[in-house]
Design a protein around this ligand. Structure first.
Ligand code: 13P
Ligand code: SF4
Length: 299
């Protein structure tokens, strides 16, 4: 299957992008693997004719919005991020009418329509930097309340208004589960994704995006880590650090949507060139500006 995928990629000038939560077999065949910000930048720069995006719907949509002339395929259109839709109808408009000086800051984990109503997008690796740089005092942060409260703590000069949304996978990681692991592995450092609950973040040694967690583990002299994020990062962590040990909270956090990106599905889209991502042109126009602003401010 690996050979078939390689041949088709070359023949069709296709590139495979995968998020760190995609299955290990898919990370192994991908041309580029990374966090949401890295993948969005790559999608913008790519000169391939076809982008096969092994992630969830908002990632494929963002690639298409940034690169409308490319064919963006997703191995399984059922792969969607539940949090991407967790913003109540009308609430953005309500916040805009309530505050004069408001910026709507939209986590990239969001549906294209929500992006189109926002002022700027962010990912977990650039959110603090971008929010700090905005001239507005009032920030309505959608959809993730956990990333929002993580930003609020680091940017106290802003009034961050939180929205009731969160990642169901990261939200299931509890402080009690983490304390059990800390008891089992007292010498381990705790590295956590900011989509986790603030009680989990408070018990951690470091909080950052998937690639920041991976970079931290590689650079650290410590040999043991408790990782509070989706277990797909284990492939890169173990590959980069064969001499280090990585533990996860129980049950292991697993995003079923990301796991729909199987090698079989990748081969099938490359063969058939079906499952193309399309974005309504009005929504695309509206969502392009906040995404481009993120690429500019996140530099
Ligand atoms: P990052 O890759 O930006 O850390 O995001 C994590 C995530 O949940 C993607 O869905
Ligand atoms: Fe969405 Fe959470 Fe899955 Fe990331 S891990 S894609 S935020 S459901």
């Amino acid at each position: 299957m690996k050979n078939q995928i390689e041949q088709l990629k070359r023949a069709k000038n296709a590139v495979i992008l995968a998020h760190y939560y995609a299955p290990a077999e898919v990370q192994e065949i991908a041309d580029y693997v990374g966090d949401s910000f890295y993948l969005a930048k790559l999608a913008k720069q790519s000169d391939a004719n076809i982008i096969v995006f092994c992630g969830v719907a908002f990632m494929g949509e963002s690639a298409k919005i940034l690169n409308p002339d490319k064919k963006v395929l997703m191995p399984n259109h059922a792969a969607d991020c539940p949090m991407a839709h967790m913003v109540a109808d009308g609430i953005i408009e309500e916040m805009r009418s309530r505050y004069d000086d408001l910026a709507v800051v939209c986590y990239i984990n969001s549906a294209a329509e929500l992006k189109s109503k926002s002022d700027v997008c962010v990912t977990s690796s650039n959110a603090v930097k971008i929010v700090k740089s905005l001239p507005n005092k009032n920030i309505f942060f959608i959809p993730d309340k956990n990333l929002g409260s993580f930003i609020a703590k680091q940017v106290p000069e802003k009034n961050i208004i939180l929205n009731e949304g969160c990642c169901p996978i990261h939200a299931k990681i509890t402080a009690d589960q983490l304390l059990t692991e800390k008891n089992n592995h007292p010498g381990a450092l705790v590295l956590t994704h900011p989509e986790c609950d603030k009680k989990v973040i408070e018990l951690s040694d470091f909080a950052g995006s998937t690639s920041e967690i991976i970079d931290f583990a590689k650079a650290s002299a410590c040999k043991e880590f408790i990782i509070c994020t989706e277990v797909g990062v284990d492939y890169k962590l173990v590959t980069d650090n064969p001499d280090k040990l990585f533990y996860y909270t129980n049950p292991h956090p697993c995003c079923a949507d990301m796991k729909l990106n199987t090698p079989e599905a990748v081969l099938s889209v490359l063969e058939k060139e079906d499952k193309e991502i399309t974005v309504d042109s009005g929504i695309r126009e509206g969502a392009l500006r906040p995404l481009e602003r993120m690429l500019e401010l996140g530099k």
